[in-house]
Every structure is written in C-alpha cells, then in structure tokens.
Design a protein around this ligand. Structure first.
Ligand SMILES: *Cc1c(COP(=O)(O)O)cnc(C)c1O
Length: 362
C-alpha cells in the first residue's frame, strides 16, 4: 500500500480550502504591478490595521524572545464580553477555535450539521475528525434553522451557524436564533460564529455572550481578522461555558496565539475610533456597491457583513476578466454558487475600480 493510502481515509476525502488569491500571486501571474491590483477577495479591512494595534505590535517586538502570556487578552475579552475569564478561549484566528470545538466533540461515528452555502471551515473542521457532515438545504441562500433542528440525530454533537453568514451575507434575526437554541437538545453544541458581528447595525446586535448562562451548549466565536484589521496576525476567540472552555483548552496548543497578536488584539479592542471609522466606511461602501450592482442590473444577496455576493452569470469567466484588469474578488463555486461572485467592500476608490472593471467584464 502506498504511503498516501495509509493516511486516514476521511482526511484523504477532504477538499482543500481555496483562499482568496494573494495580490503578489496575481502580480506574478499577470505581470501587473502590485500597486495596480485591488484585492476585494478575503473580507479584509480596507483601512488596514488599527493604529493603536500597530503601536502595540511595535512595542511588543521587544520581548519576542519570550513565550506568550495570554492573560491580558483573556482578561480584556472577558471584561468586554461580560463573561468570566475561564469562559474565554483564544485561537490562532477563530478558525483555530472552530477546530478546537470539533476536536473536543467530534470523532468517527458522530455527526455535525451545517447549512448549504455556509462557511467552508465547518466542513473542514468536521471532516478532519472523521465525523459525518450533515448539510441542510439553504433557505434564501441562508441557514434554514427549522431544517437544521430537524436534521439533528442521536449522534449529532455540533451544529455550526454563521451569523452573518459568509459567503452569502445572510443574517438570522436573533429572536430566531434564540428559538432555535430553545429547541435544540442541551447535549448538542451550537456554535454561533459571529465573525462579522461588529458590522451589524447596533439595533440588530444582541449580547449573545449573556445567553451562555441559559444555554451552556452555546459557543460564540469572534475574530480580530475583520473589523479590527488583524487578519495576518491570526487571532480570534470563543466564549463558552467554563466546562466547554476547559475542554477546548486541553486540546489547544499552549502557545497558539503569538506575542504580537496578543498585544495587537488588546490594543485593537480599545481603538473605538478605528472600529467606528471601519463601520462607517463599510456602510457607505455597501451603499456604493449595491447602487452599482443595481445600475448593472445584477441580482445580489442583501448582506450584513463587509462583502456582497452577486450573480455574475458565469462566475469563473467573469472572475478571469476581473483578474486581467487587476481586480481580485472571490469565486464561490466551491460553495455551490458557481454563478455568483463575492466582493469585499473596499475604500470608495477601490469599489469604483471594481464596478468599472465589472461593467467591462460582463
Ligand atoms: C472570516 C471568517 C472567520 C474568521 O476567521 P479567522 O480565522 O478568525 O481569520 C470566521 N468565520 C467566518 C464565517 C468568516 O467569514
């Protein structure tokens, strides 16, 4: 038997994650100068990183010879979210905490539920444990919570929910999520991934961390990769009951978040001005993109994140034509949406450049 055949069959069956194309890669492929490329493919913050976080990183460089201490960030997150420190689990990006949850609860013979067109990391985290992935059909491109409830089997241990969802941008009003939690058996973990939480209008936001007291099976995850602009540093967190957090910490690499990421995240949480500016830029950029898509007569899915998914027809072909013009968006054929493309909201000039390029590409 070959070495590859000796690998776990469920690992061999995984389809690899397809990241957004890096600017440097497109530059190499097409010979386009890096500064002429607009990347709107990975829901990154077009304003860059929080200035306070930058200062903190610079300061934290001295001390890099030491192993990291997570205390300050755990304390800050706990205070900000109104939970105890033993309810916070830090991750190397929130992808990392999703993986930790999977490793605590999933194995061959168990199952997890996710919705069609939901975030690609849920299948990856599930399948890498050998558990079975149950996919429920989407409703208006988003999660169908009734179908997800109905799909729960005796061997189901996790239900994955992204709210807002990526790549479709759908948002489940929180009363519906609460009703769902009421209906789910208490021994099934519900992961509520709120990577785009800070982009929700204040009126739509709910303090889901406070729900953990009522629902000890609820795990809320958030990230510093999106509105805080720290995607490259890799830091996110989970909020959970103390019992679940303890289990997640047992499978966590002791030093999974690096010194610079910890320092940056602590500072970013206090950079209210940067978060407010990012929110405003996103709100205006969303209006700009939606107006442009309407002008082009393109269907789009109303989004509650920092991106919008629109129907391009032949997504792969339109994507190629955008790439040739130095504009990187995200094809989402891998999500079962080959006719659609996802574009991240950029700065005003970036959005304009994208809309111009799109008009030519159609
Ligand atoms: C971007 C995103 C994340 C964040 O991933 P990180 O590992 O924290 O960078 C998590 N969930 C969803 C749905 C996302 O779109």
């Amino acid at each position: 038997m070959s070495l590859v055949e000796q690998a776990l069959s469920y690992v061999r069956a995984i389809s690899p994650y397809q990241p957004g194309k890096p600017i440097t890669e497109l530059a190499r492929e097409m010979g386009i100068p890096v500064d002429k490329i607009v990347k709107l493919a990975s829901n990154e913050n077009p304003l860059g990183m929080s200035p306070l976080a930058r200062q903190a990183v610079e300061k934290a460089i001295s001390g890099i010879e030491r192993y990291p201490d997570q205390f300050d960030l755990i304390a800050k997150v706990a205070e900000r979210c109104g939970v105890a420190q033993n309810q916070v689990v830090l991750g190397n990006g929130s992808n990392d905490v999703l993986d930790l949850i999977a490793r605590v609860f999933l194995a061959p013979g168990r199952s997890a539920i996710f919705a069609q067109h939901a975030f690609a990391v849920y299948p990856l985290a599930t399948l890498s444990t050998g558990a079975e992935l149950i996919s429920t059909p989407a409703k208006h491109y988003g999660h169908d919570l009734a179908a997800m409830r109905a799909a729960i089997r005796p061997d189901t241990r996790i239900v994955w929910i992204a709210n807002p969802n990526n790549p479709t941008g759908n948002f489940l009003p929180y009363p519906e999520v609460r009703t769902f939690l009421d209906a789910v058996p208490q021994d099934v973990v519900v992961v509520l991934d709120e990577a785009y939480n800070e982009y929700l209008p204040p009126a739509e936001r709910v303090d889901t961390a406070a729900w953990i007291e009522d629902f000890p099976n609820l795990v809320v995850t958030r990230t510093f990769s999106k509105i805080f602009g720290l995607a490259g540093l890799r830091v996110g967190y989970a909020l959970a009951s103390a019992d679940i957090a303890d289990l997640m910490n047992r499978v966590r690499q002791p030093f999974n978040v690096n010194n610079l990421a910890i320092a940056a995240a602590v500072a970013a949480l206090d950079d209210h001005r940067f978060v407010a500016e990012s929110y405003e830029l996103n709100r205006r950029g969303m209006e700009q993109l939606v107006a442009g898509l309407n002008h082009l007569g393109l269907e789009y899915i109303p989004s509650h994140g920092n991106f919008v998914t629109f129907k391009a027809g032949d997504g792969a072909a339109v994507n190629q034509k955008l790439l040739k013009q130095g504009v990187i968006v995200r094809p989402i054929g891998g999500y079962g949406l080959p006719e659609w493309l996802r574009v991240t909201i950029g700065t005003e000039p970036e959005n304009a450049r994208f809309l111009e390029a799109l008009e030519k590409a159609l």
